[in-house]
Write a protein that binds this ligand. Sequence first.
Ligand code: PLP
Length: 393
Amino acid sequence: MSGISTFNPPVRTLMGPGPSDVPPRVLEALSRPTIGHLDPRFVDMMEEVKRMLQYAFMTDNAMTMPVSAPGSAGMETCFANLLEPGDKVIVCQNGVFGGRMKENVIRCGGEAIMVEDEWGKVVDVQKVEDALKAHPDAKVLAFVHAETSTGAQSDAATLCRLAREHDCLSIVDAVTSLGGTPVRVDDWGADAIYSGTQKCLSCVPGLSPVSFSEAALEVIRKRNTPVQSWFLDLNLVMGYWGSGAQRSYHHTAPVNSLYALHEALCILQEEGLENAWARHEKHHQALKAGLEAMGMNFVVKEGDRLPQLNAVSVPEGVDEAAVRRALLEDFNLEIGAGLGALAGKVWRIGLMGHASNQKNVLLCLSALEAVLGQMKAPIAKGAALDAAMAIYA
Ligand SMILES: *Cc1c(COP(=O)(O)O)cnc(C)c1O
């Protein structure tokens, strides 16, 4: 094993689909002394994390806590707990993550009724209503609020209302939306919702905040079959994270990662949710002005776009991977590639959480212009920074 020593990562600017830049305060929290996960001081901190997650999700749901694993495990927690074999689920797919929801339904022994929309479009609420009418026995409606593979934001309020009107529970993917755009769990009446720490919360990856309504918990308590995943079974997790829980040992919580989440949520509270949403919107407008001045086009139509995830088409004849490589090597800047149907066709530029700031917008525009200019790409030069600065003026 000669030659292996301490790993020192390069300092990057993270403007991809996540993880996003983690602020120094959060990294410092991560390095505080590890204490026992049943230590009374740690248990008090867990309570504060729950309270601050209720604030972030805009909910009074008692069952609001971070699953000790990344966003995909939050997704799996929702499906594994709410579904039993034979259950019918209406799954909306307009990108990569709806496809993963379908996988979850099938692996839980359920039946997925797909409502598909083109990549880059939002979920069509009329098609969802038609599917709910055609399948009155459906138990759950599942959809992605913020589709990170395309940058489209669907109408979660209407979709949750339709679910309720048709006696369905709703499962909502809010991995990329939480902290970046409004996620109003109680106003929407969402039943099961999950997020991630590494997107607009600007915390390290590896935790998945979730929240469950009383109706969802009732369904989970009354299951006929045990949840097939021991680790994700909320009936067991409730004994650890639940209100008035005995804090009996279930698994060892990721102690230091939870310090980091606590700090990230403190930062969110200090800024205020509304201010965080407004900040994401402002920097999105500046980035958009700059990209459009260069002649680039967004994948998603105006009004349906996520401010924190900007998907733009790669200009004609440009080797998109070479551009990302040059940005990383010469500017220490990471942007995202296209996924699935959009692979090779788009770039995904994230302005998530702490990374949503003026310095990053201007860095990204100047770096892209420099790299594309060197490659003789068909873009307009010299206009992007002025256009962005005009938004800030
Ligand atoms: C990132 C993401 C996930 C998965 O989260 P991981 O932390 O990578 O497991 C799920 N859904 C959406 C919409 C995402 O953007």
